[in-house]
Design a protein around this ligand. Structure first.
Ligand code: LLP
Length: 436
C-alpha cells in the first residue's frame, strides 16, 4: 500500500512529500509514484515465490502497465525480469540497463523488424503464432550464433470474470496457438536448429479477483508439458502470466500477492507431480498488482456546475488523456482532496475531466468535502495503464511524473509542452506556399 499520511497542515503526504508542495513545484496533473510501495510489491512477489515454490522462480514485470526509464530501473534493481510487447518497450528496458537475458518479448503481431531487434539483443521471445515461428527460423541463423531461445504461448481455454476487453484465456482469443495445433507446433519446433524452445506460456486475463482460474491453469500447462516431452523439447520453464487484480474502490476485494503466489505455486507443484514432471522454472508476469497501487494522480479543481436535483459537477485539469480507463472500461476510482484531508465528506459530486466529450468523467458520484477552485484532487491507484495509455487528445500535453521517497521528490517524466506537441509535425513547403 501507499506510504501515505496526513500531516500537521492537514495535507496528504506521500513518500514523506506534502502533495500540495509537489503540486506547487511540478504542476498538475501530476503522477506521483511512491518508490517504497513499488519496491515492497516487487519484494512480496519475489519472496513469496521463494517461500512457496520449491523450484526456481522468476517474477517479470509486465511493463505495458507503465514503461519508462525510472520505473524499469527501480524494478530491475529489485531483481525482477521484464515482459515487453513492442520494440519500444524493449528499447526502454535496454536503455534502463536491464540484462537482455531477463527480458521476454510478447505480442501477437511482432513485426519482422521487431523480431530482428529482439534476436540481436538476445532477449527471449514468446512466440504467439505460425508466422512468427517461421519468420524467426529465417531470421535467426543470420542474426544469432546460438539458437534463439523461445517460449510458446498457448491459449489455455480458461474463462475468468473480468471486463471482456481484458480477457485472454478463452479459446476465442487472438493470443497464442490454439490447443488443437500443439502437436504440430511441437513437431515443427523440435526440427529447427535455429530455435530452442525453453518453455510454455499462458495468460488468462487482467484485474482478476478469483483464484480458481489461476489454480486451473497449471494443470492445463502441465498436460502440454508432458506432451512436449514426446518431442524431446528441452522445456524447463512455465510462465503462468499475470492478472491479479487490485483494489480501486471499497467494494473491490482482491486476494493478496501472497495468496495468489501460494495458490499458483502449489498448483504447479501438484500438477507436475501428477504428470511425473520435474519442477520447471516458474515465471509469473504481473503488471497491475506490482505498480497499480503505488501511484496517484494529482489534479487541480477548476470550475463547477450544479444541475438542480440531478448532480453537481466539478472539473479537473486532466481526464481521459491521462487516465483513459474510466471511458474505456467503465473503471471506478476513488479520490480525496489533498489539502482538506480531515474535512467532513458532505458532498456528492461527479468529477469531470476537461476533454471535449461528455463521457470524460473521472469519477461519477464521488463523496468529497466541499471543494473550491484551486483545491487539489488526488485519484488513487493510477500506477497501472494510466501513463502507458495516455494520449494527447485535444492536444493536451501528457502530465509530468515524479518519484517520491523519504521526503525526496525527483522528476521522472517531464511534462509535455506546446512545443513538444508540434515537434514532429511537418508542414510541406507546397502547403505553405499555396496558403499565401
Ligand atoms: N502478461 C500478458 C501476456 C498480458 O497480456 C498482460 C496484460 C500481463 C501479463 C499483465 O497483466 P496484469 O498483471 O497487469 O493484469 N489496459 C487494461 C489492461 C490490459 C492488460 C493487458 N495484458 C486496463 O487498463 O485494465
Amino acid at each position: 500500500p501507499l506510504t501515505a499520511k496526513v500531516n500537521q497542515k492537514d495535507h496528504l503526504e506521500i513518500g514523506g512529500c506534502d502533495v500540495q508542495l509537489l503540486v506547487e513545484r511540478f504542476g498538475t496533473p501530476l503522477y506521483i509514484l511512491d518508490e517504497f510501495s513499488l519496491r515492497t510489491a516487487c519484494r512480496q512477489y519475489r519472496d513469496n515465490f521463494k517461500d512457496y515454490y520449491s523450484g526456481d522462480s522468476l517474477v517479470i514485470y509486465a511493463s505495458k502497465a507503465w514503461s519508462c526509464l525510472a520505473v524499469c530501473n527501480i524494478i530491475n534493481s529489485e531483481g525482477l525480469g521484464f515482459d515487453v510487447v513492442s520494440g519500444g518497450e524493449l528499447y526502454t528496458t535496454l536503455q534502463a540497463g536491464v540484462n537482455p537475458d531477463k527480458i521476454y518479448f510478447h505480442g501477437n503481431n511482432k513485426s519482422a523488424t521487431e523480431l530482428e531487434f529482439a534476436v540481436e539483443t538476445g532477449c527471449k521471445i514468446i512466440v504467439d503464432n505460425w508466422l512468427e515461428l517461421k519468420t524467426l527460423t529465417e531470421i535467426a541463423p543470420a542474426k544469432s550464433e546460438t539458437p534463439v531461445e523461445i517460449l510458446l504461448r498457448l491459449t489455455p481455454g480458461i474463462e475468468c470474470h473480468t471486463h471482456e476487453y481484458i480477457r485472454t484465456g478463452h479459446l476465442d482469443s487472438k493470443f497464442g496457438f490454439d490447443p488443437n495445433q500443439i502437436e504440430e507446433v511441437f513437431k515443427f519446433v523440435s526440427q529447427q536448429k535455429a530455435i530452442k524452445c525453453l518453455g510454455l506460456h499462458a495468460h488468462i486475463g487482467s484485474q482478476i479477483f478469483e483464484l480458481q482460474p489461476h489454480q486451473d491453469l497449471p494443470e492445463v500447462l502441465a498436460q502440454w508439458l508432458k506432451k512436449a516431452q514426446e518431442y524431446n523439447l528441452p522445456i524447463q520453464t512455465l510462465n503462468v502470466g499475470g492478472g491479479l487484480g487490485i483494489r480501486y474502490t471499497e467494494s473491490d476485494d482482491p486476494p493478496s500477492i501472497a495468496e495468489w503466489v501460494k495458490i499458483v505455486a502449489e498448483a504447479v507443484e501438484k500438477a507436475c507431480k501428477r504428470y511425473d514432471l520435474p519442477l520447471p522454472q516458474l515465471i509469473a508476469e504481473p503488471g497491475r498488482s506490482l505498480i497499480g497501487s503505488s501511484c496517484v494522480t494529482a489534479y487541480t479543481v477548476g470550475g463547477s456546475k450544479e444541475v438542480p436535483e440531478i448532480r453537481n459537477y466539478i472539473s479537473v485539469d486532466g481526464g481521459m488523456s491521462d487516465n483513459p480507463r474510466p471511458i474505456t472500461y467503465e473503471s471506478l476510482y476513488r479520490c480525496v482532496i489533498a489539502n482538506k484531508m480531515s474535512a467532513d465528506f458532505t458532498e456528492k459530486v461527479t468529477v469531470a475531466g476537461k476533454h471535449c466529450e461528455s463521457g470524460d468523467v473521472v469519477i461519477e458520484d464521488a463523496t468529497l468535502p466541499k471543494t473550491d477552485a484551486g483545491d487539489i484532487l488526488v485519484v488513487t491507484a493510477t500506477g497501472a495503464y494510466n501513463y502507458s495509455m495516455a494520449s494527447n487528445y485535444n492536444r493536451i500535453g501528457r502530465p509530468a511524473a515524479v518519484v517520491v521517497n523519504q521526503g525526496e521528490a525527483n522528476l521522472i517524466i517531464e511534462r509535455e509542452t506546446y512545443q513538444h506537441l508540434i515537434n514532429r509535425d511537418r508542414l510541406p513547403e507546397r502547403l505553405v506556399n499555396s496558403a499565401n
